[in-house]
Write a protein that binds this ligand. Structure first.
Ligand SMILES: Nc1ncnc2c1ncn2[C@@H]1O[C@H](COP(=O)(O)OP(=O)(O)O)[C@@H](O)[C@H]1O
Ligand SMILES: O=P(O)(O)OC[C@H]1O[C@](O)(COP(=O)(O)O)[C@@H](O)[C@@H]1O
Ligand SMILES: [Mg+2]
Length: 343
């Protein structure tokens, strides 16, 4: 078969490892040919691609980012998009199938296209870990490792100055990165989109920590909705597609803590550092296994399905299952973390 690979949505450490293993498995096991589609759905729609040989994927398991580029092009809203155009374009470009590697937005597009007769399978990716039907997505472990390392550093400088340190991490709709990195770094408060916590409560935790002679670490997910507001903070406004560019909650929280407690407080926003660089060993293995499974799904013609991690096994799941809402942090996991907050 001649198979196209594309990466779409926010980039994520491990994307290249998926590309590599799918190509290696296809060449070795099935005699397939591969095409790397540039910039997500845009490249598929516009026929912008490159041939991918075994040589081209050499050493890719450890390389962050995506060699194919990514975009947030909508496969239906693009002027030459839609299933008829895409099927015709694939016929002209001699493509038998597409492996779409992306998050909930990309996979929603993949599902719709599969339902409309386009031969496409999915691979789940997101540092946020917000996709249902898979226990983990690659990129998450890397983001948590980077954030944990950064927080360890914030703690030593915080302790030296007896300051409260705030760390703003990614997590648009869910607080998995905040929960895991905060717990790993011994945070004294963790604020996530799923939980409403009052500023008085946050200040109480900070004061309790201060009173026992420690410098508090407060971790906040960018998507946390502050008291008295209905939306997450987006200081930079909106993207061209109307999506809010989240960020700013760390600064807001820092001001609030300082005003309410009188404790000197500093904010650090980790931003895209969490998404860059080499994937961890865990993410390389997960991404590699997803790539192998996705290739098998193509040969099964399991259009509209994706690879997923269930326990320790990589399984086939219908995209409908993965797209049935977001995987939020359960209240019980937050209650468990809360045992460690404050005093
Ligand atoms: N329901 C949908 N149908 C088709 N395309 C979609 C849908 N939702 C999102 N998309 C497209 O997928 C792109 C990537 O989604 P986004 O949420 O930004 O990244 P990710 O795939 O990482 O979740 C979006 O910019 C949009 O163009
Ligand atoms: O700066 P960008 O690329 O617009 O993306 C920011 C968003 O992408 C993420 O890093 C990952 O989200 P996706 O997995 O949906 O792409 C979010 O945590 C963040 O809100
Ligand atoms: Mg998304």
């Amino acid at each position: 078969m001649r198979i196209g690979l594309l990466t779409s949505g926010g980039d994520c450490p491990g994307l290249n490892a998926v590309i590599r293993s799918a190509v290696l498995h296809g060449i070795k096991s099935y005699g397939d040919e591969f095409v790397g589609i540039r910039d997500g759905w845009r490249g598929l729609i516009e026929g912008d691609h490159i041939e991918l040989s075994r040589q081209d994927v050499r050493g890719l398991a450890r390389q962050g980012g995506t060699i194919l580029g990514t975009s947030r092009t909508h496969p239906y809203n693009h002027p030459q998009g839609g299933p008829e155009n895409i099927r015709e374009r694939m016929r002209r470009d001699d493509l038998d199938a597409v492996i779409a590697i992306g998050g909930e937005g990309t996979l929603a597009g993949a599902k719709r296209l599969a339902d409309d007769g386009v031969p496409v399978v999915g691979v789940p990716k997101t540092i946020d870990n917000d996709l249902k039907a898979t226990d983990y997505t690659f990129g998450f472990d890397t983001a948590v490792s980077i954030a944990t390392d950064a927080m360890d550093r914030l703690r030593t400088t915080g302790e030296s100055h007896s300051r409260c340190m705030v760390a703003e991490v990614m997590g648009r709709h869910v607080g998995w990165i905040a929960l895991h990195s905060g717990m790993a770094a011994g945070a004294h408060a963790i604020l996530i989109p799923e939980q409403r916590v009052s500023i008085d409560q946050v200040c109480e935790w900070v004061q309790q920590v201060h009173a026992r002679g420690r410098a508090a670490l407060v971790v906040v997910a960018e998507g946390y909705v502050p008291e008295g507001s209905e939306e997450a903070v987006a200081d930079k406004g909106q993207e061209a597609d109307g999506r809010p560019r989240l960020g700013g909650i760390g600064n807001w929280l820092t001001d609030q803590i300082e005003q309410h407690t009188g404790i000197e407080t500093r904010n650090t926003t980790l931003g895209h550092i969490q998404r860059g660089g080499n994937p961890t060993g865990f993410d390389r293995v997960l991404a590699t296994r997803f790539g192998i499974k996705a290739l098998d799904l193509v040969h099964e013609q399991a259009w509209g399905h994706m690879a997923a991690l269930r326990g320790t096994e990589i399984e086939k799941v219908n995209l409908t299952e993965a797209l049935d809402g977001l995987k939020e942090v359960p209240a019980s996991r937050y209650e468990e973390a809360k045992i460690l907050f404050g005093r």
